[in-house]
Design a protein around this ligand. Structure first.
Ligand SMILES: *Cc1c(COP(=O)(O)O)cnc(C)c1O
Length: 428
């Protein structure tokens, strides 16, 4: 059953389970729903609880490729933490998506993908191999922790992530093994690529990358846009502002819109890595070298998911010209935004503050805005303390993690050593 097609090669189609297990289509093509129909009775959906409504939304997207009770079980186990909508001023709300185990919104997508992979691959041992520059590692590690048929190996650049980031995913043990590579992030990614090019290793270990372009992650993120609208006063159709790096989160918002989300329009807020805002203004795709900013989870000048945004316009008829705008906010403006927002009584991490700023600058008098809060402020204590000139205490959960022992192996960037390590883990 075809539900997802390869954007680069539309003749290639596959079912949802195939799309989740494969990850990418041929020629590195992104997979995307072939058809998008609007949901029936959106008003009725808005009255349901989060898990029930999300199951119906996902069912609509994956069709009959997954039994409803299997899907509902996956949703229940994936979305087992709260989310909230807080009012920060008269017409502006914060959608807080950071109450999962890695304290960032990536938990929604990573946990749903992990549940799906476990459901589709139950009979087969799988090894998830991935490289992280900080945040994705934690979401992936927690999402797969304790899954009986899945082993996880995460590479990261030794000494180049914050101690707290390291504690969040390198202290779990069990089926999660972490390796501190004595080199930079590019070297980690190179080692992962080399492993996937090694067909003997791929088949022996059942290697899977579980990376951020997997469709399961994208679909999961559609659900919280509906939750935001469900929590607003009935009839309010908000403007969403989304802090954007790889543009997965905003793609999910636009997908929700195509399915009938009662919303007015979307703002993609970027930092100085502004390929998309420039593209939307000039029509020219001119990426520049990536620059480091305070909002480092968004330091991306070649956003992986942008072809999916264009596909929503071209194949699915979304009017992107009216629906989507994009603005770049620099570090100085981000710091000011952290301060201004804190003055109103709301402390947000730099990424979320940047999205708030883009909303403040562009919200018309008769509009209501929602900005997505993608990380817990405690993950960025250094930046926030410096911006606000006051110390910020860690919440109990993080303070506990900060005390745990890091269990990582340390290894040079040497493929032979990594290969040996991976195969050895398989035998034990
Ligand atoms: C990943 C991330 C983003 C960017 O999300 P995309 O889906 O890649 O656009 C924003 N904020 C935080 C905190 C993140 O970890």
């Amino acid at each position: 059953m075809v539900q997802f097609i390869n954007i680069a090669h539309p003749e290639q189609g596959m079912s949802f389970p195939q799309a989740v297990v494969t990850g990418l289509g041929k020629g590195q093509g992104l997979l995307f729903p072939e058809r998008l129909e609007t949901l029936k009775d959106v008003q009725g959906l808005l009255e349901m609880d989060f898990v029930r409504r999300s199951t119906i939304i996902l069912q609509h997207l994956v069709g009959e490729s997954m039994a409803v009770d299997t899907l509902e079980g996956c949703v229940e186990r994936a979305f087992n933490f709260p989310l909230t909508l807080k009012r920060v001023s008269a017409r502006v709300y914060a959608l807080e998506l950071f109450y999962g185990p890695s304290l960032a919104f990536k938990d929604f997508g990573a946990r749903f993908m992990a549940q799906c992979l476990a459901a589709f691959n139950a009979a087969q041992r799988t090894t998830i191999l991935t490289a992280t520059s900080g945040d994705t590692g934690a979401a992936v590690a927690h999402a797969f922790y304790g899954q009986p048929t899945i082993d996880v190996v995460i590479l990261y650049p030794s000494g180049k992530i914050t101690p707290l980031q390291e504690k969040l995913f390198c202290t779990l043990g069990g089926n999660i093994r972490t390796i501190a590579i004595d080199d930079d992030f590019d070297a980690c990614q190179q080692l992962v690529k080399q492993s996937f090019d090694d067909s003997e290793l791929v088949s022996t270990l059942g290697l899977n990358s579980a990376n951020s372009i997997n469709v399961a992650r994208l679909l999961a993120q559609v659900c919280y846009y509906f939750e935001a609208v469900a929590r607003l006063p009935r009839g309010v159709e908000p403007v969403f502002s989304v802090p954007s790096g790889n543009f997965g989160n905003i793609t999910a918002g636009l997908l929700a819109f195509a399915m009938g989300l009662p919303a007015k329009r979307m703002i993609a807020a970027t930092n100085r890595n502004d390929t998309v805002p420039r593209f939307l203004r000039s029509g020219k795709w001119e990426p520049r070298p990536t620059v480091a900013t305070l909002t480092n989870a968004m330091d991306i000048s070649l956003p992986n998911n942008f072809p999916r945004v264009l596909e929503l316009g071209e194949r699915h008829g979304l009017e992107l010209e009216t629906l989507l705008t994009s603005f770049a906010i620099d570090d100085a403006e981000t710091i000011t935004a952290v301060r201004d927002l804190n003055d109103t009584g709301y402390l947000a991490d730099p990424h979320s503050s940047l999205a708030w700023k883009a909303l403040q600058d562009n919200l018309a008098d008769d509009e209501t805005g929602v900005f997505l809060c993608t990380a817990h402020p405690a993950k960025f204590v250094e930046t926030l303390s410096a911006a606000l000139k006051q110390s910020i205490s860690l919440p109990a959960e993080l303070a506990r993690v900060a005390e745990l022992q890091v269990l990582s192996e340390v290894m040079p960037a040497d493929y032979k050593m990594l290969r040996g390590f991976l195969l050895e883990g398989q035998r034990s």
